[in-house]
Structures are given as structure tokens and as C-alpha cells.
Design a protein. Sequence first.
Length: 594
Amino acid sequence: MKRRDFALTAALSPLLMTACGGGGGEGGVEFSGAKAEAAAGLKRAAQYMDEMVSYQGGYVWSYSPDLKQTFGEMEAYRTMCWIQPPGTPSVGHVYLDAYHATGDERYYQAAERTAMAIAAAQHSSGGWNYIHDFAGEASLKKWYDTIGKNGWRLEEFQHYYGNATFDDAGTAVASQLMLRMYLEKRDARFLAPLQKAIDFVVKAQFGPEYGIANGGWPQRFPHFPGAVSSMPLPNAGQIPPGGIAGMADGDYTLHVTFNDDVMGENIKFMTMCVMALGETRLIGNIERAMECMRLMQQPGPQAGWSLQHLSRPTGGRPAGAPAGARSYEPRSLATHTTQTNINQLFNYFQLTGDKKYLARIPEAIAWLKSCPLPADAAAKNPLLGGGRTHPTFVELGTNDGLYMHRYGSNIHNGAYYADKDYTNTISHYSAGRAINIAGMEATYNRLNAMTSAEIAAMVAKSPLKASGTRALPKYFSIREVDFPDLFTGAVMTTPAVPDTEVQTLLSELGSKSYWTSPVPEIVNPYQGDGPSTAYTGTAYRSKHVGDVYDTSPYPADNPPEIEPYVKREKPQFIVTADWIRRMGRLIAYLTPVA
């Protein structure tokens, strides 16, 4: 479909007027009794968030009640908004869901304001960075050069590249909101950002000239030639014999990225565009991406995937080979990424009916069975407990687990390294994962046993096969919309919410019109670069933060056990993720989908 045809179809199709579930009149739905109380509480909480908490319609992850402290994944300026979920686009989805639940135009106005903030934050290429600063680029660069630069464990914030990212689903969730906002009332203000977002996903995709990488996506786009290729290794003599340090394959912005389900999120957004806009031209991009994931599976016996793979031959290694990236992501296979990709291949079989997507899943499961955590791992390292079954990283060739450690006290005197010692691992990037082998085997057996007639009936309902356009699910904030929700006839139901829970929510909201929760993490305020002199202690090796110069967030109740840190209760903040959850419960209570 050509661009002009897309715009014409969107302008004329009556289906698109209600493609996201519809709204209502100016006054909205009239509720009574307990639901009227819930509706009033929902509106008060929304208005406070929109009018008092937001900055020009944008949001971060948490706020002190007086709004003097604001955090995204790191400390944020008040003028900033965070695009990463649960940031600005996630809040926009709540407002649009509340509009669908009540028909009250006040919610649409809040969604509109938030969407306009996201449009203002959109990079010229069409994607989004993790963050945006309404005070301008100079202010944002200052943040990167100070707070970002000194966040030891947050390497993606240590350098300003001036481009957009697919990481952490920020671009995907923002793109979905632009799609929903345009579909809601066909407001032309959202058409251009939506088209730019679609074009961004298309242009960033590796083309046929990349061979096996054809159809994949890099972590960031457009490529920034000055991207770092290594991290500093101060006081490297502290790395024990056999330790592997550094960025094995340089910055990951040119690698085919599976980390945080980049490929799955892009395919899902394009599928929504096919379904709701009739953008069938994207089916070819979707098919190329699905094929890339299939082909990137490594040969047996280690038939898994890495967080990222080379997009081109590099250093004598072929395109498609597993790649390292951040200094705590060694060149290896990743068990959790393998599990995610197996589940995505299940989705791709259901979308297409092609059994090639199932063909090598038994090999991947067999590999996962071959590399569990050592039996005594949880006993020797509590960070490997909690139901974790596998090491996060597995060494190529040996099939041994690789475990991340660090030495020093900040980014200027310390660094990360990997070895095979599963004690004293870092805390902010889990050394172990819960891998549900039994669940994957059951799904594989069920799908592989389908008859030709069952497969044909399934594919007939696929959003890639259906003719015409169809509505997206009514709600996006109550739970993540996934591929099964997009099939013809699928109903994305809401959970049951008891009256007692609603009364608790309203009581906690009180007259102040906002909820507070224990803030997940706090930060050390920026006070300059930390010392580069060697620190040989162990106080910071398994904590989220280093010394007081480290701007990385950490939980107040689990700081390093060294002065001046003091263990204390987590302070009560307005936590965006908890606001989203509570609003979703009220929305599901008011207008459930059964």
C-alpha cells in the first residue's frame, strides 16, 4: 500500500473510527452505586496525574509527593520525560483505556496531551530515545555528561548518541500509542508521527545485502559512527586469572538484537498496523524478521540464541555469530533469550501455519536441558535462588555457565568481568533465570500435533491473513497485548476485580487524589566524577550501587554495607508503574471485557 493510499484508506474507512474500542459522548457513561464511586476516584487520580504530576504531558517513573525528586531509570530533571515503559507512552495508554471504559472526554484530553508530548519527543528518524528533555538538547547533553556518565551499571546512559533505540520497548510502546490515537478520532496530528514510526521500523531493518541478518534490527538507529567500542578497564590487575573483561564485540548498536525482545516487539507493532490500517505492505518485513530469528538459531548441540548476533562478518567471525555487547553481557548464548525466542517461534507458527518455525525447537529445548545451574548454586549464592534454574549466560563451546562480577567502587576505578565462579555475582543483572522447559515442551507437542485442517482454520484467523481492517483490543494498560489477542474472534478479557479491592484503592487514594508506594530505588545525587584510585574492598560487588559518586539507582533497604550508607525503609513516592496497575484495576472493574 502506498503512503497516499494509506492516508486515504484511513480517512474513509468507517472501521477506523472505532478501531480501538470506541469512546463516547461528552458526558460519558453514567455509573451508579459502587461503580459511581470508582469512576469518581478514577477521574480524580487521572486529573491529578495529568494536571499536577506531568511535565508538558510527559512522565518519568517516580516522583516524591512534593515533586522535587523525579526518577526514571536514573535520576531525572523535572523537565524530562521517560519513554521506556512504564513511562510516558504507558501512561497515555491508561488515559485512552479510561476513555474507552467511561466515554468521558476528559480522559481523551489527557491522552491527547500525553500523545502530543510523545510526538514532541520523537526523533527526526521516527523512533524514540529512552528519554527526552523538554528543556532542549543542551540540557539533555548535560544530563548525559554528569548523571548518566557516572551511572556505573547503566552503560546505555553513559554516552549521548543523538539517535533512537528499540531497547526496552520504548519505541514500540510509543508507536502503539500513536497508532491508537490516530485510529480513535482520525486526528491528523497523529498521522505524521505514526507514519514516521512505521517508516523508522522499516528503514532500520537490515536488508537482503546482510545475508543471514536480513530482517533483523539493530539496538539503535540511525547508526552513530562515534559509538563506543570498549569500556575502560582501570586497575585491571584486580581481574582474577581466567576472567573475561571488556566489550567483546564493541557497541551493540549494529548487532541483530534480541535483547528485550526487540524483534518480537517490532513484529507485533507491524502486525497491528496490518490489522488496523490494512498496511499489507508490511507483511514482507514481518516475514523477513521471522525468518531472521529462525536462521539465527545456532547449530547443535548449542542450539540457542544470544542477546545479539553479528550483522556482518567481524574479526574473522561470520555474520550471525553470537556477539557480546555491554561489558556485563559476554559473548555467549543466553538462556532467557532462547526461551523468549522459542515462545516467539510458537507465535510465528500460529501466524503463518508454517511448521518450519517449529522444526528446530526440540534442539533448543535439548540444549537448555544440557546447561542447568549447578545443584548447589542457590545454597552458595542467594542471588541464584528464587526458582532460577539456569545460568543467564553459557559459554560457547564448553557449555559452561558464565557469571558476571565486578571490582572497584565506581566506573572510574572499577569494571565488570565474567568467569565460571557462581558466587558473589552482580545483583543488578541476574546471573540466573527461571526456564520453563516443561511448559515449552507442552506447547511444542500441542502445536506440532495439529492436523492440516486445524492449522488451516487457525491461519484463517491470523491477523496476517484476514482481509479488511479490524479493531484492536479495547485496553492496552491492563496487561500486555500479545499476538494471540490479535487473531480474528479473539477477546482480550479483563480480570475480575472484587468490590473489596476497589474500596481499598479508593481509601488509599483518599482526598489527596494520588497514591503512594515504596519507591523501588533511590539515587546518590551527582557530585562529580568518582576517584580513580584502586578500591580493593568487596562492599559494592553484589550491590546495585557503588560509592557515593555512583549515580546508579539502588533500593533504600538494601544499600552497600559501608559508610555512609544506612539501611532504611523505602520512601513513599508516586510510582508510575503502581499508578498504572491501580488505574487498570479500576478500569477493569468499571467496564470489564468478558
